[in-house]
Design a protein around this ligand. Structure first.
Ligand SMILES: Nc1ncnc2c1ncn2[C@@H]1O[C@H](COP(=O)(O)OP(=O)(O)OP(=O)(O)O)[C@@H](O)[C@H]1O
Ligand SMILES: [Mg+2]
Length: 301
């Protein structure tokens, strides 16, 4: 479970104009705003979490004012869900009839192959009134027939100066007293994950201290003492982001001179595997637990 704090929703871009980066899609944007029927089916991907895939899809839908159906594919993976919900939505007449309806399939790489297969015909059948936007981390899990029905857009990492402007805006809105250098530190630390940066700002406001160092030191120390259960209790109690903790464990492994070279190599391999699996959509809380068990049983033994 990745904790979604309030600020990330409060400051989710309401329009593509507020989105940081996303230049790859802006070429299409003007045309879509002028004539929403020019909206193509889109497959939007990046390997980096928290950089705006879901936000961009939602922003486009909001900007054209389309009726939309949001499906998070990793919750509703099955073929029946797709058939029933998409069909029903596509078939019924919307009240905004002069613009296409949009089905947003978030985390579409979590869809089963069968579900994707069943979408092929649905996409075609309702192409006269419906468009599809797929967002995902791993476009290699999307079947070719769907790709060929979409414009594929792969997003680059958002530029740091623009992130700085956005974080400055949030900090000012929240009447927080944070210097530019501190904002830069937050960006460096979490880059490119803007969600984690905004979570950090919320944490600073709520608890008056950073979430970057404090818990990680304690968790790492407990793991070295092979106290897995206590470590887990701590990160859960403190609502620490699993992804953040993985990064923190990595930093500590790299600078821990009490470990042998072999221990560091093995530990970093586990961390890299965890990072990859989370990026590919595995449940972060479970994956983190798996990493820490491996560290306790194989690295810190
Ligand atoms: N490019 C961006 N511009 C503005 N805000 C952003 C951007 N990317 C992320 N955010 C902020 O972070 C939050 C999470 O972003 P979003 O859900 O769009 O990320 P994502 O790329 O879909 O992540 P995931 O890979 O975890 O699905 C947003 O609600 C918003 O507050
Ligand atoms: Mg997303």
């Amino acid at each position: 479970m990745i904790h979604e704090h309030m600020f990330t929703e409060k400051y989710r871009p309401k329009s593509l104009k507020e989105v940081i980066g996303g230049d790859e899609i802006r070429g299409l944007y003007e045309g879509i705003i002028n004539d929403p029927w020019t909206l193509p089916n889109i497959l939007l991907s990046t390997r980096s979490a928290g950089t705006g895939k879901t936000s961009i899809a939602k922003a486009i839908i909001a900007d054209i004012g389309a009726d939309s159906l949001f499906l998070n594919a990793s919750d509703d993976r099955g073929i029946n869900t797709i058939r029933e919900q998409v069909k029903e939505f596509a078939m019924t007449q919307g009240f905004t009839r002069n613009i296409p309806k949009v089905v947003h399939l978030d985390e579409a790489d979590g869809l089963t192959k069968e579900a994707q297969e069943s979408l092929r015909s649905i996409m075609e059948r309702y192409s006269s009134n419906c468009r599809f936007i797929f967002t995902c981390n791993n476009e290699s899990k999307i079947i070719e027939p769907i790709k060929s029905r979409c414009i594929q857009i792969s997003l680059n990492k958002p530029p740091k100066d623009k992130i700085h402007e956005r974080l400055r805006f949030i900090v000012d809105q929240e009447s927080m007293n944070i210097k530019d250098e501190e904002i830069d530190d937050i960006i460096e630390f979490f880059y490119p994950d803007i969600r984690l940066m905004i979570n950090e700002i919320e944490y600073l406001k709520t608890f008056g201290k950073s979430n970057r160092r404090n818990i990680a030191d304690e968790v790492y120390a407990l793991l070295k003492k092979r106290k897995f259960t206590e470590a887990r209790k701590l990160w859960i109690a403190e609502q620490t982001s699993p992804r953040l903790l993985v990064k923190e464990i990595f930093t500590r492994l790299m600078s821990d001179d009490t470990l042998s070279k072999e221990q560091v190599v093995m530990g970093v391999e586990y961390v890299a595997e965890t990072d990859f699996r989370i990026a590919m959509g595995s449940d972060a809380e479970i994956t983190l637990a798996n990493l820490t068990i491996k560290l306790v049983s194989a690295v810190f033994k």
